[in-house]
Design a protein around this ligand. Sequence first.
Ligand code: BF8
Ligand code: SF4
Length: 631
Amino acid sequence: MDRLITVEELEAATNSLLENGKKVGADSWQQRVKNQTPHCGFGEAGTCCRICSMGPCRITPKAPRGICGCDVHGIVGRNYLKFTAGGAAAHSDHGREIMHTLHQTKADGNYQVKDPEKLIRIANEWGIETEGKDIYELAHEVAEVGLMEYGKPFGYQKFLKRAPEHTQKLWEDAGLQPEAIDREISRSLHMTHMGCSSLPEALIHQSLRVGLSDGWGGSMMGTEFSDVLFGTPKPVDTTANIGVLEKDMVNIIVHGHDPSLSEMIVHYANDPEMIALAKSVGAKGINIAGVCCTANEVAMRHGIPMAGNFLSQENVVLTGACEAIVVDVQCIFPALGPLSKCFHTKFVTTSPIARIPDSEFIQFNAETAGENAKAIVKMAVENFTNRKTDLVNIPDQKTNARVGYSVEAIVKVLDGVANSQVDTFGTTKPLLECVTSGVLRGAVAMVGCNNPKVRPDYAHIELMKKLIANDIILIVSGCSAQAAAKAGLLDPVVAKEYCGAGLKRVCELANIPPVLHMGSCVDISRMLILASELSKDSGIPIAQLPVVGCAPEWMSEKAVSIGNYVVATGLDTFLGVDPYVRGSSEICEWLTGETGIKKWVEANYTVETDIEKLGDKMIECIESKRAALGI
Ligand code: BF8
Ligand code: SF4
């Protein structure tokens, strides 16, 4: 394609897949949304409490308090904190799995250390002696120290020291520094137990703190040690959208989050024995493609194509050309069970954390990862002969995408434009110069999911188009990154034509797309590091930089945890979906007003469900930050 794919075209492809589904009586999320609409008003406003069995209590003008006497602000605040704790738990447990994988590394084992330099850098940062140690001895020691971050009885998260001093001081003054990750999650659930906290200030305070334990703790470990294990991403070209499925090949979809699984599947899909097996059953080979954050992980490190994001997960099965969809944890529709039964698709679950009816469960763990992955690939290949060719419909939609902009990579490409001599880390100064000179007006970190409450992908794609036209560079992750990829916004050749003159020049000079793919949702921790580096290199507090966060189509508990750590790091954050708080004026003021969290962290939320207005508000915010800096 020499232009961007429009949302209408994406929808037309989805409609043709839904027609395919009708032939076999498949259900769809589009239908289930209709069945669930209208949603419960109490749930939407956050004003229902069922944390004890005297309830459920629902707050109305006639019944302003629950049976225990809790008012609407306490109920909405508790729900918000519980929501955040769920997200912090999921992200951080993913990080913990990565630490266990690191602990299992061996020179001749299933998993090795691919980025020893990064391991040594972090060991030094954590005060662990590196001299004279074998890299695997060091990996195991660092893994143990990292695992202690989850349960250590004293002290704060180690990575907090990476933040600018100003930010650390704000956290200290407000008592927001997170302790052990599990402690923060337990504390949140203790606080929301019947008869504990109902004071809005305390509930919101803990929401930020448990969020910070995710962003600067569990997620950051997930990201950093995934890099150590599987390599720190560098820019790599790949393809995206549903057309990456191959009609004549065995298609295996990897879906979920933890690269420990997907890395192994990718490895065995390239195994000559498996390729020979695929040929023996009449396929031309084995094609792996990703969905959701797993797609981001394997795209960044291996250039594996990205088939789609959260609300496209049913689409891959609906093509009739998916031999297996292999999942680990998080964001997996239970619908994939019955749906895959309508086709020949094998739905393979692998984690005891995500057990789903109508799936084949092959438990995956670090010691047996190789044989598990091989068994899964073999099962998929052998399933090729069960494909019903008359049901195959792969929409011809495919884009080019350049992915893999870790902080290290961003610094390198931009510093590379300004200085030919770049040391290993470089600085963000060239990027800052682009911003202060006005060539770039600022940056938006766009993240998060799809949500049927917003026209899927529309908010991501249209906001990105609007922002780049206004010379605002984007860094993206999660399903937002894939929305960008599906449209072609990660294609350096196509997307630059949609930029303002300044951003277009930067893209041409640095040979980058205007939308930089930073990875999966745990990789939003990379955005925290980038913001911190920009602040340290400029001497400007994070909240004053013309940089904001945005999650226009978010849906998960993880996304609320992310929102809380992004805002608590000083980035004003714009949401396109209300986090079930509109039932409480006090909680809304805490999150979005001038007298709430802004007093602690210098940033707050804006919730705006009109996507056009959401874009205008972000641009306005960036321009007012510029004006305040006098640039
Ligand atoms: O962690 S963006 S739908 S896939 S929650 Fe899920 Fe949302 Fe996608 Fe990854 Ni993130
Ligand atoms: Fe109702 Fe209070 Fe029990 Fe919540 S804790 S269900 S408001 S009685």
